[in-house]
Design a protein around this ligand. Sequence first.
Ligand code: 9D3
Length: 236
Amino acid sequence: MRINILTLFPELFGPFFSTSIVGRAVAAGLVSLRCMNFREFATDAHRSVDDRPFGGGPGMVLMCPPIVDALEDLESGEKEEPVRILLTPQGEPFTQEIAAELSSEPWLTLICGHYEGFDDRIRSVKKVREISIGDFVLSGGEPAAIVLVDSVVRLLPGALGHKESALDESFADGTLEYPQYTRPREYRGLEVPEVLLSGDHGRIAAWRLEQSLLRTAQRRPDLLDRLASGGRERKQ
Ligand code: 9D3
C-alpha cells in the first residue's frame, strides 16, 4: 500500500513513521509513507498557500491551486487514481469499519489543512472523501492523519505479530476489553482477582466475558446497542 500525505508540516510525521507497528510495517515494505509539502506548489513570490476569506470573517482559507497542483504532480503518469481523503471537522466520522475499508486500497492520499478551512472548490475539482476523527477541535489535520494512518496500517496483512493479531480479534468485536493484570500479584494492598490465578481456563474465559460486557454496559452502552442490531449502525 502507498500513502501520500499533503501537509504544510511534514516534520510532524517523521518519528511516527519510524516507530512501533507503523515503523515496522514501513521497514517490512508493507506500506510506503511519503509527505509532500504543498507550499512547494505556491505560485507567488511569498509562497502563499492561504488568503483571507471572500465575504469577510476571521481566519484564513487554504487556496485551491497549491493543493490541486500538488495532487496532479503526485498523480501524473499513474494509471490509477488514489482514494483522496480530505481531513476536516465537517467530514464523515471515522470508524474501525472505515479503517478496514481503506486498508484494502492500494493508494491513499491524505490532505491536511492547518488552522483554517479549505476553499470549498477543492471538493468540486477533485473527488475527495471527507473524514473527521471526532467532535473536538484540532489545530490542523496532521494529528487526524496520524490517527488514520495508524489504524489503517496495523490492519495490513503482516503488520501485527501473531500474538497481537489474535488479541485484536477479541478487541474488534464491539465490546470493551476486560481488566488485565500482571506482576506483582499484590500492589499497594490491591490483589489480582482470584479467578485469574486459578488456572481454570473455562472460569477465566467466563469471567472475562462477563467483565467485558459489564464494562461496556457501564461505559459505552451505545456499543451494546450496535451489537444488538447486528454489529452495524442501524439505518434510520
Ligand atoms: C470556525 C469553525 N471551525 C470548525 C470547527 C474551524 C476549524 C477549526 C479547526 C477548521 C479547521 C480546524 C482544524 N481541524 C482539522 O483540520 C481537522 C479535525 C478536527 O478539528 N477535529 C476532528 N477531526 C478533524 S480532521 C481535521
